[in-house]
Write a protein that binds this ligand. Sequence first.
Ligand SMILES: Cc1cc2nc3c(=O)[nH]c(=O)nc-3n(C[C@H](O)[C@H](O)[C@H](O)COP(=O)(O)OP(=O)(O)OC[C@H]3O[C@@H](n4cnc5c(N)ncnc54)[C@H](O)[C@@H]3O)c2cc1C
Length: 431
Amino acid sequence: MEYVGINKKTPVIASYDVVVAGAGPSGMCAAVAASRCGSSVALVERYGIVGGNLTIGNVGPVMGKVSNGTMGEEVTGLLKAEFNQQAPDIERAKIVLVDWLQDEGVEVYLQSPVVEAVTEGKSIKGVVVGTHDGLASILAKVVVDATGDGTVSYLAGAACMKGRDSDGLMQPASIMFTLGGVDEKIAIISRGETKDVNKAMVPAGSFVDVCKEANEKGLLPKNVDIVRLYYTTRPGERLVNATQANNIDGTSVGDLWKGEVDLRNQMELVVQFLKQNVPGYENCYVQTSSNTLGVRESRRITGTYILNDEDLQQGARFNDVIVHNVNFLVDIHNPGGAGQAEGKAAAVRSYDIPYRCIIPETVDNLITTGRCISGTHRAHASYRVMNICMALGQASGIAAALSAKKGVLPRNLKHELVQKELTDSGVVLFE
Ligand SMILES: Cc1cc2nc3c(=O)[nH]c(=O)nc-3n(C[C@H](O)[C@H](O)[C@H](O)COP(=O)(O)OP(=O)(O)OC[C@H]3O[C@@H](n4cnc5c(N)ncnc54)[C@H](O)[C@@H]3O)c2cc1C
């Protein structure tokens, strides 16, 4: 038995070409893409469920436009929920995603949080996971950090950024929940913008104004003045995105508890508000809620390129593009109060994400993906949504597999090879 890691006392339980840490939308796609490129792949997840925010976080609908042909299309197809419109059926998602990973030959380690990185000099060689038998190491030629929080990168010594430049604050955390008992014939949907409602009229006009007034009167939680109500795949059900805990650092265990207590209590007030003020919601009740609070923003890894605000404004194009024609608003849920940080979410011009954004500046053999890639606070607010994270995962998995196969560091891998693999599989990268 080989021993590595903490005081060289951690048994090595397996070795792979590629280890992906985190089975969220991005990590699952990275694992499948790497496997399709011929790599042996382990997907390591801290919880007992795959899907990340999509399942554990009760998050939907899948949002964020990218060019045609990415893995996001494949996954959205599996989920059978309308892109950008309907929240997926989470119970169904748990089954189809498990089957997908199994069919694609990915070896999944559940209930295995990564607690340390196995490093040698400035290279990562694997991860140490907590198991029911104690700590164990899983080695890999290339590691993909898909933890959302950039935990593996941080543990391996990668340079990270957190929060906005002005005060370091990050976007608030939320608990998402679904409501049953909604009268489908009259109940509105609301996406948080001003053109908010369909079906029945809400007394006192705009639903946005109704929410603001309720917030001022203390009928909604302190920082909640928008209640987003999405369709799901089930009639008579809505997914609610409303609760909001500010000043939470999703990588601080103390803050996570503080947020959990606050947000669980906020849910009751939101439901009461809906029952008493919004037609069609009189008999609603909480059907499901996220298993843990949802973290929108935490660590962002400093890569060899940092995607920035101008790139989004100008619709930047890059020679080393790996995700093309990305389009989603700069959606900054206010880190310092209610509503949107900038009054309104800003539009972007469809932009590209370059390969350099997934390559950490300071650690070798490591690739990042999903919401922890390299970008500014504002850029992150746009690319963090699930369809974009899945396209990133696909590219990251391919890059990891090719690096492992060729025995080159990801930073030295020719980006054209990743692009070729992506375009061969049907992804549009260039006009
Ligand atoms: C409240 C909320 C509402 C949102 N609404 C939408 C929406 O409507 N539409 C949309 O498209 N996006 C939405 N988003 C954004 C989106 O859900 C995330 O940004 C996206 O899921 C990021 O994907 P990911 O794979 O990078 O990370 P995640 O989905 O966070 O997945 C990371 C995975 O890594 C695992 N992990 C973390 N640490 C470790 C560790 N140490 N060891 C092993 N595993 C680990 C986690 O358990 C998880 O499974 C929302 C986010 C939040 C929080």
